[in-house]
Design a protein around this ligand. Structure first.
Ligand code: ADP
Length: 153
């Protein structure tokens, strides 16, 4: 008998969960894509956040629903407006890696008041990041559901 309470055991379990156990597939658009195409991709892929990559598939930006809504207010031509002029850019993107703890991701989402983080892999010494996954508030909510079914990994 360890002398640990149920909630201490639970806390220990939650603190072991990593991003790779809960991440989803990333949906990306190229930085030369139009705002119009990004809106279509967001609907077709049924996601709330798109990651923007350059021709080498390195992360350069991020697009939220409100970024696209904001760009759609007014009379601009969305088909000729590239996403690169409205996206949030590197290095101002909060990222995580597959071995990071889910609880650290949850903390970042709350602190920065954002919905999703790209899961990235460092490519080379030039700080290039490859996008390998996506982790959102929905993935974090699944931790709670698994917890209630005693299905934590
Ligand atoms: P919404 O804008 O639809 O409410 P978010 O709260 O996720 O969605 O995004 C708020 C702002 O933060 C947007 O301008 C978006 O580009 C930016 N953003 C979203 N995710 C990140 C991230 N991981 N790192 C940095 N900025 C982000």
């Amino acid at each position: 008998y360890t002398g640990k309470t149920g909630s201490q055991l639970l806390t220990e379990k939650v603190k072991k969960l990593t991003v790779q156990d809960y991440q989803s597939i990333p949906i990306v658009v190229n930085e030369s894509s139009s705002v119009y195409d990004a809106i279509c991709t967001m609907f077709l892929e049924d996601v709330g956040t798109l990651f923007v990559v350059d021709k080498n598939a390195y992360l350069t930006g991020i697009l939220s629903r409100k970024d696209l809504l904001r760009a759609s207010i007014g009379k601009q031509d969305l088909e000729s407006m590239p996403v690169s002029i409205i996206m949030t850019r590197m290095p101002n993107i909060t990222v995580c890696e597959k071995d990071d703890l889910v609880i650290e991701v949850a903390n970042k989402l709350i602190e920065k008041q954002i919905d999703a983080l790209p899961v990235v892999k460092k490519k080379d010494s030039a700080n290039h990041l490859e996008v390998v996954g996506r982790i959102t508030k929905t993935n974090i909510t699944k931790v709670l559901v698994d917890l209630s079914h005693d299905q934590l990994l």
